[in-house]
Design a protein around this ligand. Structure first.
Ligand SMILES: Cc1ncc(COP(=O)(O)O)c(C=O)c1O
Length: 406
């Protein structure tokens, strides 16, 4: 692949160089469909020549483009001249939450929420799937598959439909019913599996290999993360590239947290964030019934251990063995962040509190951020005068069943 092939129409230059393993640092060309690192099995990370872009791309150029995550095109992997598979995802608002801030004791600071519920299929999964399906189609995939807790599946089904590619999903039998319904509406084949998303992954693997379906499992292909990373670009842009002090993410597979951190790093290398500026502390929030990252972080371990019987009503957080576990722990430590586990009761109560005080419709996964922030403030790990961003990954009504009394 010559460098000219990546030239952006209009004079700018795309910066995508290829893929580097997040663990062994091996480098791979991005000229074919890629899964995880062929040498060590760890997630691959898209690498960009931010230095070369620095003079050619400015915040003003990106801000002036039509809305949607594809306005960050030079920092995304799809080569110029190829049409993305898109349905106007991204560009979700960063909203002030003054009442919740006061209620939590953050009165002298600022509390903001990136409201991802406004994406197609109502969750942040749309961002990852728009970029991953665009790349899969571009690189010749003829059918797509993924294990899913629910939201990733309905988003993949939507983008598969727009790409004209068949989609095969495996979902836990107790996954949110609306996610299955929505995925089937978009034409996906859904198989229900007893167990967690890890069991769904195992159930799909053999058939995917035999039938040539391209597997878009979280962090087992490199481009869903690239879509999710645009959340970090948008947070930075909305704050005039003056980054918040703390970002809290509900963490299952961890692509939201990793993507946002990757975005901040790329913006720093582009020079859009001042040299020497401190990047935000990243906080992973999980539930007590499935908290492999929190346990490993607290114990100073490098790798998470899967819990024996993962249980939670927040389906997106029931990820016992995140493929990027080691990488998530590295980011938490590098950013001087934290990892917090809250109970299911507390996360439902957190979402209800945000709804009542601010009119914010929060997924149970993101409801966890409210008690987590309360605890961090109590313990002095977040100060009352800091700027804090919560990522609301979806709205409450994607899972009506969780709001009913148990
Ligand atoms: C609503 C919601 N929030 C959070 C998550 C966890 O996402 P991540 O893989 O980025 O940790 C999921 C994953 O299914 C989800 O559906």
């Amino acid at each position: 692949m010559t460098k000219d092939a990546w030239r952006v129409e209009g004079g700018g230059e795309a910066a995508f160089l290829g893929l580097r393993c997040s663990a062994c640092s091996g480098f791979l060309e991005a000229d074919r469909l890629r899964g995880a690192c062929p040498d060590c099995g760890s997630p691959l990370r898209a690498e960009y020549d931010c230095g070369a872009l620095a003079g050619a791309l400015t915040p003003y150029t990106v801000a002036a483009r039509p809305r949607g995550l594809w306005r960050w095109r030079e920092l995304l992997p799809l080569p110029p001249g190829h049409d993305p598979v898109t349905f106007s995802e991204g560009d979700c608002p960063l909203l002030e939450l003054p009442e919740l801030a006061r209620d939590l004791g953050l009165g002298d600071g600022r509390l903001l929420v990136l409201d991802e519920s406004r994406n197609p299929t109502g969750s942040f999964k749309a961002r990852g799937m728009s970029v991953a399906v665009s790349m899969a189609k571009h690189l010749g995939a003829t059918a797509l598959c993924a294990p899913t807790a629910g939201n990733a599946g309905s988003a993949l089904a939507l983008y598969g439909a727009r790409a004209g590619l068949p989609v095969h999903l495996a979902m836990p039998a107790d996954a949110p019913p609306l996610a299955r319904l929505e995925a089937e509406l978009f034409g996906a084949r859904v198989r229900l599996v007893e167990g967690t998303i890890a069991d769904c992954g195992k159930a799909l693997r053999g058939e995917a290999e035999a039938k040539g379906w391209f597997d878009l499992s979280t962090l087992k292909e490199p481009y869903r993360l690239e879509g999710k990373k645009t959340m970090g670009f948008e947070i930075a842009e909305a704050l005039g590239y003056d980054l918040p002090d703390v970002v809290l993410c509900p963490t299952g597979g961890g692509t939201g947290l990793l993507g946002i951190w990757k975005a901040f790093d790329e913006l720093r290398r582009l020079g859009w964030i001042p040299e020497g500026a401190t990047l935000p502390r990243m906080v992973a929030v999980q539930t007590e019934g499935c908290a492999p990252i929190v346990r490993a972080f607290s114990a100073g371990e490098e790798e998470p251990m899967p819990p024996r019987a993962p249980r939670t009503r927040a389906a997106g957080l029931r990820v016992p063995a995140p493929a990027g576990g080691k990488w998530i722990l590295e980011v938490l430590r590098e950013s001087r962040g934290a990892a917090v586990a809250v109970s299911d009761e507390a996360l439902l109560e957190g979402a209800r509190r945000a709804a009542a005080l601010e009119g914010l419709s929060m997924a149970p996964e993101s409801g966890s951020l409210v008690p987590a922030l309360a605890r961090l403030l109590e313990e002095g790990l977040v100060r009352g005068d800091e700027c804090v961003v919560l990522v609301n990954t979806a709205g409450a009504l994607k899972t009506p069943e969780v709001w009913a009394p148990v």
